[in-house]
Design a protein around this ligand. Structure first.
Ligand SMILES: Cc1cc2nc3c(=O)[nH]c(=O)nc-3n(C[C@H](O)[C@H](O)[C@H](O)COP(=O)(O)OP(=O)(O)OC[C@H]3O[C@@H](n4cnc5c(N)ncnc54)[C@H](O)[C@@H]3O)c2cc1C
Length: 484
């Protein structure tokens, strides 16, 4: 069986990540409660302090879950990491809201009039300004993260703004906590919060200092760039230092064109196999500013390559048959997997269903039959329009295509690799489950960070919500026990 050419770097499992998140967000509250840091004569201030500290820890953890750390996203995947990042931001915002609400209810008089007076008092107290601005920034970050990303504001400008606002939010919250909150006088609680702050700071240093330096270490430069179709370009990079870079088939890297800071880099799957090094090949669909400029890149242009990242690799496959499903430009990582399987003369049954808008959009179709010659390989090529030719069928991937391609194979033993546009991924997952593939036999790579609407995504989202509920339950119970 083909294995990745290079052992993947170690990464946390989903369960360990969940346990770590719980420890780092609810842990500081627990530590403070043990040494009396949450003590107060009434229950509401205790709840308010506990939720304030947890919200701060949760926001600081957002730096670690920003999708740049292989140790975090290596096993669960970038799309799930980003999905958790978004959900956790909303969770942290709810924690802030509870923090404010519990302080508003701190006195005996809970009338609306009194609550309003307290709110006005808090907003106009200069001491609390940093906390109030931080809460406002949290609202802006969550709203713009969902609504503005790549829409009203260009994607790269949004990304830089998002990072700057996040740093400001955490700096102001720390200032608020250490100058105002009584909790911070508690040595255990304060040390725990400082430890999480250190983790956030290290994440920033890695992303903005270490990675930019590392990305140019392998010394990649453009070998060639050309258009393959009106919407797809091919970019080939090469290096004289192949010893400084390795990857597993199916992984992706962040590319920075020209010798610039990597703050505006873009992710692309490697379409070539590890055995093709020192060359890296990419298939790039024109989606905006950076991708449109690819065909005009001049040979010799330096390119920063940060990676490899991702778990769309043969390490995820069992010993049974492999079914590769590619939609449009999703053929890029699938091509890398095919290259690796061909190089290893893999004996497993390998099946491919590749779809594209029209036959002319199957830009590398001609390369596949010679590459896979001699292997147990079968393929169906689909075109949304102008199919119905000897070598193409018209329409999207259907249960019938999957049934035909898996004929004589055991679906329960099959691993499917799926990459394509979100609607294709959603319908593919439903078809695969119906065909009898197990849920954990479906490996997916998403080219956008918006959560999908398929059974795999739903199962993952339920686990994220369960983790958030555990964090809230732990923080509130610790506070209530401390208050009692
Ligand atoms: C893991 C992964 C692998 C990918 N592999 C490929 C590939 O092999 N071939 C390919 O053609 N495309 C791939 N993409 C998509 C590719 O990254 C975007 O199309 C590209 O970054 C768009 O950049 P732009 O400047 O041309 O467009 P912009 O105008 O800047 O943005 C267009 C849209 O692209 C997305 N996008 C832009 N920048 C980024 C970024 N830094 N990170 C994530 N999304 C971004 C956003 O949804 C944005 O709205 C991949 C994406 C991911 C997440």
């Amino acid at each position: 069986m083909a294995r990745s050419a290079q052992p993947r770097p170690w990464a946390f499992s989903g369960r360990s990540l969940a346990a770590l998140y719980l420890i780092l967000t609810a842990g500081p509250v627990l530590l403070a409660s043990l040494s009396g840091g949450l003590n107060s004569p009434t229950v509401y201030p205790v709840l308010a302090r506990a939720t304030g500290v947890a919200a701060l820890a949760m926001f600081m953890m957002q730096f670690a879950t920003s999708g740049r750390f292989e140790v975090i996203s290596g096993r669960i995947g970038l799309d799930r990491t980003m999905g958790f990042h978004r959900l956790a931001a909303v969770g942290a915002l709810w924690m802030i809201l509870l923090h404010v609400v519990f302080f508003l209810f701190r006195g005996r008089d809970g009338s609306l009039d009194m609550l309003w007076q307290r709110l006005v008092l808090y907003i106009t107290t200069p001491d609390l300004a940093s906390g109030i601005v931080a809460a406002g920034l949290a609202v802006i970050l969550v709203i713009t993260g969902k609504r503005l990303r790549g829409r009203i504001i260009p994607y790269q400008a949004w990304r830089i703004g998002h990072g700057v606002l996040a740093v400001a939010l955490v700096a102001l919250s720390l200032q608020h906590a250490f100058t105002h909150a009584r909790f911070m006088a508690d040595p255990f609680g304060a040390t725990a919060i400082l430890a999480v702050a250190l983790l956030a700071l290290s994440s920033l240093l890695v992303v903005y200092v270490l990675r930019p330096l590392q990305a140019f270490r392998p010394d990649f430069r453009v070998e060639s760039a050309r258009t393959l179709s009106p919407s797809v370009a091919e970019l080939v990079l090469t290096t004289d230092r192949p010893d400084r870079f390795s990857f597993a088939a199916g992984q992706f890297v962040w590319l920075t064109i020209g010798r610039r800071h990597t703050v505006t880099d873009n992710p692309f799957s490697i379409a070539s196999a590890p055995s093709d090094l020192p060359r890296l090949r990419f298939l790039i669909r024109n989606a905006g500013d950076m991708t449109a400029a690819v065909p005009r890149l001049v040979p010799g242009t330096p390119v920063g390559v940060d990676g490899p990242h991702g778990s769309f690799t043969l390490d995820e496959a069992g010993p049974g048959p492999l079914l590769l499903l590619a939609g449009g430009i999703g053929i890029a990582p699938v091509m890398s997997l095919l290259g690796e399987l061909a190089a290893a003369r893999d004996t497993r049954p390998i099946r491919l269903i590749a779809g594209a808008r029209g036959p002319q959009d199957h830009v590398i179709r001609g390369e596949i039959p010679p590459l896979m010659a001699g292997l147990d390989f079968g393929a169906i090529f689909l075109a949304d329009r102008d199919g119905d030719r000897e070598d193409y069928e018209t329409g999207a991937c259907s249960p019938d295509h999957v049934r035909r391609v898996l004929q004589g194979l055991d679906p329960g033993e099959t691993t499917a690799f799926v990459c394509g546009p979100p609607p294709m991924m959603e319908s593919a997952v439903a078809i695969l489950l119906e065909a009898g593939l197990p849920l954990d036999g479906i490996v997916m790579e998403r080219f956008d960070f918006d959560a999908g609407n398929d059974a795999v995504c739903h199962a993952v989202r339920r686990r994220f919500i369960a983790l958030m509920a555990t964090v809230f339950a732990s923080v509130l119970s610790v506070a209530l026990i401390a208050a009692a």
